[in-house]
Design a protein around this ligand. Structure first.
Ligand code: SF4
Length: 203
């Protein structure tokens, strides 16, 4: 197996607290790591090209990017793998920015932590499976269990689009509190009374 590790500086966001050069150097000695590099902005076009070049020339079969939250750029890097003919799920991301550089001040300790985080990702990468996306048909109905502020708001939003079943017990309790006893949490009452759907009995 050949794993590529790419450590991002994110300008000073990571590099000010983590010694990315040292991290990339130490990652070279981890099992199955064929190449390990650091770069200023890994999500930029030149950063992506760096990864593409290595995939082609070094025949990588797993890619790890140590940068920011997967919520931000996981799709970006998965697309890089896909473009190079690899299964996009042979990709692993390490959140060095939010989980290391932004939450530590001691550069020595943060750098050591970054190496540990990447070490874990390298191990995990060896177990990744080549997943395939598929579409499955679903029954467009929903059940909301819970009559608190979140449950009621969710019910109101879902009811606009698909068939909805509210857990009867909860519904009856909330309705009774509201209509008969006038006893209800202010927030819940506010949502209920502002809802025409509830008052006209359509949910
Ligand atoms: S990949 Fe993430 S951490 Fe790296 S430069 Fe882009 S936004 Fe910053």
């Amino acid at each position: 197996m050949k794993i590529g590790v790419y450590v991002c500086e994110c300008g000073v966001n990571i590099a000010a607290t983590v010694d990315v050069e040292k991290v990339a150097e130490q990652a070279k000695s981890l099992p199955n790591v064929a190449v390990s590099r650091f770069y200023k902005y890994m999500c930029s076009d030149p950063g992506q090209e760096l990864i593409k070049k290595d995939i082609e020339e070094k025949k990588l079969d797993r890619v790890i990017v140590a940068s920011c939250s997967p919520r931000m750029h996981e799709p970006t890097f998965r697309a890089v793998l896909e473009e190079m003919g690899m299964n996009p799920y042979y990709f692993e991301m390490v959140n060095l920015r939010e989980q290391c550089s932004w939450v530590h001040e001691d550069k020595v300790k943060a750098t050591a932590k970054a190496v540990h985080m990447i070490s874990g990702a390298v191990e995990r990468a060896t177990y990744l499976e080549p997943l395939e996306k598929k579409e499955v048909s679903v029954i467009p109905r929903a059940l909301v269990v819970g009559g608190g502020i979140a449950g009621i708001q969710a019910a109101l939003e879902i009811a606009e689009k698909i068939d909805l079943t509210i857990s009867e017990l909860v519904f009856e309790v909330v309705k009774k509190l509201h209509n008969e006893l006038g006893i209800i949490n202010d927030d819940v009452g506010c949502v209920i009374t502002s809802s025409n759907d509830f008052n006209d009995g359509s949910i």
